[in-house]
Structure formats: structure tokens, C-alpha cells
Design a protein around this ligand. Structure first.
Ligand code: UGA
Length: 435
């Protein structure tokens, strides 16, 4: 099929590359010329395992094309995916300006009947609005059917998730359109759940809110474990054995970050308020996560007292491993708070330094080598569970740091391994070890 993807951001790029890999003829359009030029030469502006090779392969096969020209993108498209950003506004609500622009542009340039699928995360009612915008501006003889088709890709495993997801949600009131979408996705052999547009929109927000809730819940339990000397990993395993609870998303740590959970939980809470229906459970999820981001500072002060002038190594800047994304990363909150305390901060990350630098500038030192970051540090805080950190021989903390004091915000090391070394070690919801 001739498919166009609007937006060459994270979702748009992964969707474009994977649809091309499925054999569709894909055009991806974005307004940023620099980005499109880079993509056209086969380079990816984001780090995502497997993405660059899919881009290269499908550009070479001519299954995939990038453009800034809306006529080229929309005039012959049979299926259009809207995957533009919906950034957070000051009040927490989603900013829909890029969605509006995409809808207007599609209506202006379409020259044949088309199905328009919204992949962007949008508040309830947005797909109906997109339908209205397109209907009011498109040529009267043409039809456009808008479908809510939320995505559930995770950064770092997005390609695997695209081809092996748990479900595909198709929200439309038109059974013919639903059947076309079913046929479109059928080669993936992923269960397809057809529902109405509004329910599909809520499924996306509810999924992210529920996962965020699991994380904040286990983090609250980790706080209890910290207080009574229990082990949150044992607790998570024990509760996860109950099939009604399940073992996933129960990893305690310094809280969730990224471009989705923080933004979507706030947007949903804001939407509830707008409906005059407060969502206290969701408010608490957000609150707990905020507290969790600052947890290492509390532990650091307990261990070393004042942080003023002390060299602190931050291990990991990305909001999770296998991505260069630092949006809402716990590491950035930590760095801001440590700066206020007057600490001398040196941060390690294997790939996220350029993105972090764009936000933090030269206020801290950056190192791509863990050992260099740890050299002469009086405290190390692990903020991201990178393989490079999880597999770091523990004696490196002894040989390189001024004092081997480690706060592990991602529970990277087995407690038995830590016991073998004279390291002062604090993790999240697991028994402490003091030298
Ligand atoms: C999340 C969802 O998992 C995807 O299904 C969804 O499509 C995506 O948001 C989105 O809305 O676009 P993502 O943000 O890429 O994906 O990453 P996750 O793997 O969900 O992790 C989010 C955060 O939660 C990370 O900071 C991670 O460290 C944290 N987390 C995750 C925990 O603290 N504990 C856990 O048990 C799991």
C-alpha cells in the first residue's frame, strides 16, 4: 500500500521503517529539513537499536522515502499515519497544534480517498476533531476516514515491539475501515482489538497510567522495605506470582522518566480535572514519582553530609538503558538538585551525552568512560541501568573513587556480589551495606 507517515520523530520513524520492512511503499514527511536530509542519507537522528539498518535497507530498496513536500507526501497516499508530537503545555495538557497542522495539510493536498490513522497520543475527542478539520477542508468528492490507532512501542525495544506487540488497537465506528485496517496489520500476526474511537484514545492513556501506577506502587513498597530491612525484589517476585498482578513493571528504582509516562499521566490528570472529575490515584502516582527522583539526594546527605564541593559521579543520563533520550530523566532532576547543593558533578553515559548537553550545557563535566567519571569521586549515583554499568567490575569503585560510596538508583548489582567488596552501598528497597 502507499503509506505516508506524518512526523519523523520517535514514533514516526520507527513506524515508517517497520512499515517499509513489511513491504509497503512509505513516505515519511516532516517540517524539519535538516532532519529529512539526514534521514535521506540513511542516518537516524535518534538512537534506537536496529533502526538505522532498517532505514538504510529500505531507502536502498526504495520502499522508504523522506520528504518535506506535502504534495509528494499526501496526494497519492492510501493510508496516512499521523505521528506528530503532542508536547506538554504549562498546565500539563497536550498541545495539539502539530495535529491541527497535519489535519489541515492532509485535507489540502489529498487527491484520493484515504484512511488517516492517528498514532500520536491524543486526548479524548481529538480524532473526531481531526475528522471535522479534514471534512471541512477536503475536496467534496473525496472521503477521509479517521481511525484512532495508538502505539505501544517502548524506546530501546521499539522494533521488536512493532513486530511482536501484545495488541493493535483500532478505533473506528466504520466496520469497512476496521476491516481494511485488520487486513493491513494481519501479516504481523498480532491480536487486533477493534473498538470505538473514544475508547481507543482512552486505552492509550489508561495503559500508560496503569504502568506508571505499577511503578509508583512498587516504589512505595520499596520505601517500606527500606524502613524494615526487607527486600523489594523478593516482594515484587512474590506478588508477581499472582497472575492477577503479574511480574512486569515492578522494578523499584528512582522513578519513571521519558517522553511518555510523565507527559501522559499529567495530561490524563489534567483531562480529568477538565471533566470535573479529579483523579486522586493518578495524582498520587505522579507525586510518588517526583519524590522518587529525589531519593538519592536524601540518601547522599545521610551518607556524606554536605555535598558542597564534593565530586559526585552520575552514572547514566538517559531515562532508561538503550536510548539516548534524556527527556524527564531522573538523572537530570538529580543533577539539578546536586547543583543547588554545590556538588562538583561528572556524568557518564555511553550515548546520551549530546542530548543532555543540550539541556545542561557546560554546567557539569561529561565522560564517555565510566572509569574516568569515577576517578576521585566521593560519591557515585547510578541513574540508568546501562549494561556497561551493570557489568562494571565492582573493584573499579575501589580503585578509582576517593571513597567507595555508591547509591544505586536502579538496583543494578546483586547484593551477594556487593557483599564481597568494601563498598558503602545503598540501593532502592534492599538492605543497606555500610563498610
Ligand atoms: C512507555 C510504554 O511502556 C510504551 O508501551 C508506550 O508506547 C510508550 O511509553 C509511549 O507512550 O510512547 P517508554 O517510555 O519507552 O515506553 O519506556 P518504558 O520501558 O515503559 O519505561 C518508562 C520508565 O519507567 C523508564 O524510566 C523506566 O526506567 C521506568 N520503569 C519501567 C521502572 O522504573 N520500573 C519498571 O518496572 C519499568
Amino acid at each position: 500500500m502507499k503509506v505516508t507517515v506524518a512526523g519523523a520523530g520517535y514514533v514516526g520513524l520507527v513506524t515508517s521503517a517497520c512499515l517499509a520492512e513489511m513491504g509497503h511503499e512509505v513516505t515519511c514527511i516532516d517540517i524539519q529539513k535538516e532532519k529529512i536530509d539526514m534521514l535521506q542519507s540513511g542516518r537516524s537522528p535518534i538512537y534506537e537499536p536496529g533502526l538505522e539498518s532498517l532505514l538504510e535497507k529500505n531507502l536502498h530498496n526504495k520502499q522508504l522515502n523522506f520528504t518535506i513536500n506535502p504534495n509528494e507526501a499526501y496526494s497519492n497516499a492510501e493510508l496516512i499515519f499521523i505521528a506528530v508530537g503532542t508536547p506538554e503545555q504549562h498546565d500539563g495538557s497536550a498541545d495539539l497544534k502539530y495535529i491541527h497542522v497535519a489535519a489541515h495539510t492532509i485535507a489540502h493536498y489529498m487527491e484520493q480517498d484515504v484512511i488517516v490513522c492517528t498514532k500520536s497520543t491524543v486526548p479524548v475527542g481529538t480524532n473526531e476533531l481531526i475528522q471535522q478539520i479534514i471534512d471541512s477542508r477536503k475536496p467534496p468528492n473525496l472521503r477521509a476516514e479517521v481511525v484512532a490507532n495508538p502505539e505501544f512501542l517502548r524506546e530501546g525495544t521499539a522494533i521488536i515491539d512493532f513486530f511482536h506487540g501484545d495488541r493493535i488497537v483500532v478505533g473506528t465506528s466504520d466496520p469497512k475501515v476496521a476491516a481494511i485496517m485488520e487486513q493491513f496489520y494481519q501479516p504481523l500476526q498480532i491480536p487486533i482489538y477493534k473498538t470505538d474511537i473514544r475508547s481507543a484514545e482512552i486505552i492509550k492513556y489508561a495503559s500508560n497510567a496503569f504502568l506508571a501506577m505499577k511503578i509508583s506502587f512498587i516504589n512505595e513498597m520499596a520505601g517500606i522495605c527500606d524502613n524494615v530491612g526487607a527486600n523489594i525484589e523478593e516482594v515484587a517476585f512474590g506478588i508477581g506470582l499472582d497472575k492477577r498482578i503479574g511480574p512486569h513493571f515492578l522494578k523499584a528504582g528512582i522513578g519513571y522518566g521519558g517522553s511518555c509516562f510523565p507527559k501522559d499521566t499529567k495530561a490524563l490528570a489534567q483531562f480529568g480535572g477538565h471533566l470535573n472529575q479529579p483523579l486522586p490515584l493518578l495524582d498520587a502516582v505522579i507525586q510518588v514519582n517526583k519524590r522518587q527522583h529525589s531519593l538519592p539526594i536524601v540518601k547522599a546527605k545521610e551518607l556524606v553530609g554536605s555535598l558542597k564541593g564534593k565530586k559526585v559521579a552520575i552514572l547514566g543520563l538517559a531515562f532508561k538503558a538503550d536510548t539516548d533520550d534524556v527527556r524527564e530523566s531522573a538523572a537530570l532532576t538529580l543533577i539539578n538538585e546536586l547543583s543547588v547543593e554545590g556538588a562538583d558533578i561528572c556524568a557518564y553515559d555511553p550515548i546520551a551525552i549530546p542530548n543532555a548537553k543540550r539541556i545542561l550545557g557546560d554546567s557539569i563535566t561529561y565522560r564517555e568512560d565510566i572509569r574516568e567519571a569515577l576517578t576521585d569521586a566521593e560519591l557515585a549515583i547510578i541513574a540508568t541501568e546501562w549494561e556497561q554499568i551493570r557489568h562494571l567490575p565492582l573493584d573499579v569503585y575501589l580503585t578509582h573513587m576517593k571513597k567507595p560510596i555508591v547509591i544505586d538508583g536502579r538496583n543494578c548489582y546483586p547484593l551477594q556480589a556487593i557483599q564481597q567488596y568494601p563498598i558503602t552501598y545503598r540501593s532502592v528497597g534492599r538492605p543497606d551495606k555500610t563498610m
